[in-house]
Design a protein around this ligand. Sequence first.
Ligand SMILES: Cc1cc2nc3c(=O)[nH]c(=O)nc-3n(C[C@H](O)[C@H](O)[C@H](O)COP(=O)(O)OP(=O)(O)OC[C@H]3O[C@@H](n4cnc5c(N)ncnc54)[C@H](O)[C@@H]3O)c2cc1C
Length: 451
Amino acid sequence: MVHKLHKNDESVEALVIGSGFGGAVAALRLGQAGINTVVLERGRRWQITPAQNTFATPHNPDGRAAWLSPATIFGQPIDVHTGVMETLVEDGIIVLNGAGVGGGSLVYNSIIYQPIPELFQKVFPGSISYDEMDTVYYPRVHSILQPSPIPPDILNTIYYDTTRLFIQHATQAGFRNHLLELAVDWNIVREEINGTKVQSTIVGDHWWGINSGAKKSLDRNYLSQAEKTGFVEILPLHVAVEIAETSEAGYWVSCHQINESGEVVEQKSFRCRYLFLAAGSMGTSKLLVKAKATGSLPRLNDYVGKFWSSNGDTIATRSNLPPVSGKGGPAGAVLENFDDLDRPIVLINLENWASPEGTQQCLGLGLPSQSGTFTYDASTDSVKLHYPRETQLMVDTEKTYKTLDSKNAISTKTPMTEMKFYTPTTTNRPAPETDVVINVSSMRKTSQKEN
Ligand SMILES: Cc1cc2nc3c(=O)[nH]c(=O)nc-3n(C[C@H](O)[C@H](O)[C@H](O)COP(=O)(O)OP(=O)(O)OC[C@H]3O[C@@H](n4cnc5c(N)ncnc54)[C@H](O)[C@@H]3O)c2cc1C
């Protein structure tokens, strides 16, 4: 079923849906190639202001913290707003997504982490060359985001004592480890430390954006450069709802323009020659699965909506530690357990504002053994992800923590790690049947019941 064009359709050469990592890169390169491009982004803009209060903070949350939800991910009641973080409760998994101009970069931990070739090749098909990524594409991204590790003068402050401890423990336990490359402006962090900018990075206030402006989110590099080419227009608060192939060569996209409360204020449609789907792995999969089911993209193959995978993320709290209390972030160092390359585990310390003294928040990453499938329900015109239970990854991650903890025991204290379980309390959706394990990393959260 090929879509017929309508005279009210706006015409553009290229259309990009989503303005996160995928969409921002596409927009910049299209703009540089002189191709007229429109970027549809469902969320709003998040400009850092001199008042340094762009984002909601955990101590004083409001609607800016969550995408169209009456509660934050931690269950705090808020007004319904087109906030920066979406929590999707799917069947067997919870997925977190950024929402806004800049996508996931608004909420991410700024970690720019290049995999080793052996692991890259396990995940990506042979047609993508690691060597080419290593020599061309990773350096290209670095040249724009300019990530760097925590500089020594900042690492040595009290705000980063937990990172220092993590490195010390990883070394003591015999794991290779190093500081992470972070897309952070450390001069702004210095200003946070000397009191000329609002404290945000150094107090672990990074979940819903960093108010001091230290985070190098995509709206401030790729997207602003794309707009400067003069060929790229970004339309915030535009939600793509349907995509179709047209009878002429090209595509048709229908979207809802919404206000900051999420109400539809206008229906719009676009036709384009080139269509780039960059609505995140959830948003893009949902658009494609619907298009496949309704026949609006008749050439899609049967793999659409299958083999979706989590990032293999877990969250944990280490406790019983020496009296460290720094919450400096948005991340610190990584410990790499690559003893078995079929089941690699890395742990990263990610402090946040809520960590009591003597504790440490960590993120684990591994290769998930499961994959999920999306289904379309015509009666509700909605798409749902179904994700099976993941246990091996949890066992492997826990094992690495056990080694880390036991090798750092002193006569009076043994560090302990508890893998964390959350029950999201967003009230606009049915509660999940099980407790849900946060499995973050690209802040994907896998859900399983604790064994
Ligand atoms: C809390 C958190 C922390 C993270 N930390 C890190 C980290 O430190 N390092 C790292 O490498 N990765 C991290 N990630 C993961 C990383 O953010 C994602 O892998 C990355 O953002 C994916 O890029 P993307 O372009 O596919 O999607 P996104 O960046 O999610 O962009 C998709 C965009 O599409 C928009 N969109 C969705 N649906 C529609 C629609 N129908 N119409 C219009 N627009 C739409 C969304 O609002 C969003 O802006 C983190 C993720 C989260 C949630």
